[in-house]
Write a protein that binds this ligand. Structure first.
Ligand code: ZN
Length: 412
């Protein structure tokens, strides 16, 4: 960093900490920390992380750093277990989020001529309404479908001539498969799809792009930090540009140290302008790396790579580290195998057993055995342990409207 940018960084961080300490959560967590203690980047890197687990302790409104009358909305991040995390938003936060989201649409080349078909859910979840606000600010026609009811989705998509699909990758795949099955591709007018933050493999990407006939853009975000729309990939498909005028990001190792530039690690975010619920060094648990250098598109915003997994999805079996991104890559290289899979890890008679279910259009018993064998060998070669590979028919593994769970660890 140059002296000037370091000074600005320190000023921003000091202001962010000062504001965060207005919330009961940070008043307690940072009781011994004064904003002026942070004079260097190293000082900043010594600050404790915030994690979803401890945000739950702030339930319901312990994260609020502004008086009640300034809060105009709340969202909640879906806790798979126990207490949810409540994120309060001020009018300014809602407006900042819409501005970031509008930039995402612009980066994807969406204009006010477009018709944006929104399938992520509305309500406490941030997804649907975020896509909605950004598209409205842009001036596009929005079609606020929400998830589910595939018949109605496809009918609206055809009759209203939707040109932009916004969805999770698994729901986009489900729609692509339905469009193919019904043979209605020629009635679909989609040109682009903005796919919400979820790790997804190359194979799934190619399949959705081909079957829907669209350009794909990866959109990043999480409820704790506004929601989706805080970053997006550009036409050059080389990582997602992050709107760092609103937040600062770091990539950390398993032990919590900032990694060397370009190395893989967990994304950690500090909000710089968030009023309702500011967060300092918030652990996203998303695994990625910073993409170094300038992007051909000319955008000055830094990039992170497409997500390769969740730090908490990473499992260790017999000493081998497995994360979904590596399995995606492996399956993408094997013909006659779809992008969908599930891994079950069980502990039987003192041994860890890993079973990998994958989809194939091959029906012949002997041919299936062969492909199971090549999946097992590929897994052994690239990941280091031999799984039990089990072929199932295409469409047999679950597709979901939210995030599809891939790895089930039944050992504990
Ligand atoms: Zn770019």
């Amino acid at each position: 960093m140059t002296d000037e940018s370091l000074n600005r960084f320190i000023q921003n961080i000091q202001a962010a900490i000062k504001h965060a300490k207005r919330s009961p959560y940070y008043a307690k967590k940072f009781a011994d920390i004064e904003p002026t203690d942070i004079k260097t980047q190293e000082d900043f890197q010594k600050l404790p992380f915030s994690d979803k687990a401890d945000l739950r302790e702030a339930y319901p409104l312990g994260l609020a750093a502004v008086p009640n009358e300034r809060i105009v909305r709340i969202h909640s991040s879906s806790g798979t277990t126990g207490t949810p995390v409540i994120i309060p938003y001020t009018r300014q936060d809602v407006s900042d989020w819409a501005i970031m989201f509008k930039r995402c649409y612009e980066m994807a080349g969406v204009t006010k001529e477009d018709r944006v078909h929104i399938t992520p859910g509305y309500g406490l979840w941030t997804a649907g309404i975020g896509f909605q606000l950004g598209a409205e600010l842009l001036g596009a026609m929005t079609i606020p479908m929400g998830p589910g009811n595939t018949d109605k989705q496809l009918r609206m998509m055809m009759d209203l001539e939707s040109t932009v699909l916004t969805a999770t990758s698994s729901y986009a795949l489900l729609l692509a498969e339905e469009i193919e099955r019904r043979g209605i591709k020629e009635h679909i007018h989609l040109k682009k799809a903005l796919i919400g933050s979820e790790r997804w493999g190359e194979k799934m990407r190619r399949r959705i792009a081909a079957e829907l006939g669209v350009e794909l853009y990866d959109i990043y975000g999480l409820t704790e930090i506004y929601g989706p729309g805080i970053g997006i990939s550009c036409a050059h498909e080389c990582g997602m540009h992050m709107w760092t005028d609103y937040f600062y990001f770091e990539i950390i190792s398993k032990t919590g140290e900032v990694v060397a530039p370009g190395e893989i690690g967990e994304l950690v975010i500090t909000t710089l302008r968030k009023e309702g619920a500011p967060l300092i060094r918030y652990r996203t648990h998303d695994l990625t790396r910073e993409v170094l250098g300038e992007c051909e598109c000319g955008s000055p915003y830094p990039r992170i790579a497409t997500l390769i997994g969740r730090s908490d999805d990473m499992v260790k079996v017999k000493g081998a580290v497995i994360y979904p991104g590596r399995v995606d890559e492996l399956l993408a290289g094997i013909r006659q195998v779809s992008s969908e899979y599930q891994i079950m890890i069980d502990h039987v008679n003192g041994r860890d057993i890993l079973t990998l279910f994958f989809e194939t259009p091959i029906a012949d018993e002997t041919d299936r055995k062969h492909i199971e064998l090549s999946v097992e060998m590929g897994f052994k070669n690239s990941i280091g342990i031999t799984p039990r590979a089990k072929a199932v028919a295409v469409g047999e593994l679950p597709r979901s409207e939210k995030k599809t769970a891939r790895i089930f660890d039944n050992r504990y």
